[in-house]
Design a protein around this ligand. Structure first.
Ligand SMILES: Nc1ncnc2c1ncn2[C@@H]1O[C@H](COP(=O)(O)OP(=O)(O)OP(=O)(O)O)[C@@H](O)[C@H]1O
Length: 267
């Protein structure tokens, strides 16, 4: 089966507020797939659904060919063990060293002897260029380095699927490029599949094999970064060229300003 994750006719609502409507998405094995879209379009919600933290109101999500059963907690737990997640606000444990931060998931999920655990942690830190920072505390490293430690922690268990939520947020341009390259390199070295949620067109396009554009809970365009660059679709053009005016809504949906100001149509 070529796709590690398949989403079919996926609908999701928070209460009575629809967030995702009829999504169809494929995440082929070994690939880096970017999910892009405006603020509040539902990108993080998709990651939380794939991670089994939220259940769809309709439709299905299959991982490794099996539909996720959202009522089967032990199965969800087993599935999550194969997933690495780097969340937007996924901070490091400030009291633990860099080494212990990366060791944390290994200690939680395995019974490895100390020596083997040490080697595995050092290999992950080597992969992100921070083996020599193993004994530092998060307060002693830069923001870009902290993001790399979080990356090493996300891949500590050699996950099949790695999900990144805004991995470039708050990084300087050099750290952004380093992080993007690392995401690609780790994906290829581990033979995993990566889902990258990001606003950053340049970095995402530089490493993604395929891109989905989401607007107001719907997929409005998808294709390779090259196809997206060349697209005439007004939404894609606005997003790719960071234009202020276009179909991407700026306002949180709801009542119009005229309604709020009591300026409804007068008879
Ligand atoms: N726990 C929640 N309860 C109710 N509404 C929520 C909750 N979490 C998110 N939402 C709403 O769902 C919508 C989609 O949120 P989501 O975080 O998936 O968007 P996003 O595309 O990741 O946005 P951003 O890029 O700004 O992080 C938003 O309008 C948000 O206000």
């Amino acid at each position: 089966m070529p796709n590690l994750v398949e989403i079919r006719d996926l609908h999701f609502a928070y209460g009575d507020r629809p967030i995702l409507s009829g999504l169809e998405m494929d995440f082929p094995r070994g690939k880096v797939i970017a999910v892009m879209g405006g603020s509040g379009s539902g990108k993080t919600t998709i990651l939380r659904l794939i991670g089994g933290q939220l259940a769809p109101s309709r439709g299905s999500i299959a991982v490794n060919g099996a539909a996720i059963d959202f009522d089967d907690t032990p199965a969800l737990y087993r599935m999550r063990r194969n997933m690495g997640m780097l969340f937007q606000h996924g901070a490091l444990f400030t009291d633990l060293t860099v080494f212990e931060n990366v060791a944390f998931p290994l200690r939680e999920h395995s019974d490895l002897p100390d020596e083997l655990l040490r080697d595995l942690v050092l290999m992950k830190l080597q992969a992100v260029g921070l083996r020599n920072a193993a004994q530092l505390k998060p307060a002693e490293i830069s923001g870009g380095m902290a993001r790399r430690v979080a990356l090493a922690r996300a891949v500590a268990l050699d996950p099949q699927l790695i999900m990144y939520d805004e991995p470039f947020a708050g990084l300087d341009p050099i750290s952004m490029g380093v992080t993007a390259n690392l995401i690609r390199r780790l994906n290829d070295a581990l033979g995993s599949t990566s889902i990258l949620v990001s606003h950053d067109v340049h970095e995402s396009f530089s490493i993604a094999d395929y891109v989905y554009f989401l607007s107001q809970g719907r997929i409005v365009a998808h294709g390779t970064p090259q196809q997206m660059q060349a697209s005439d679709d007004p939404y894609v053009k606005q997003f790719v060229h960071a234009e202020a005016d276009g179909p991407v809504p700026f306002h949180y949906p709801g009542r119009s300003l005229a309604e709020d100001l009591g300026l409804g149509a007068r008879s």
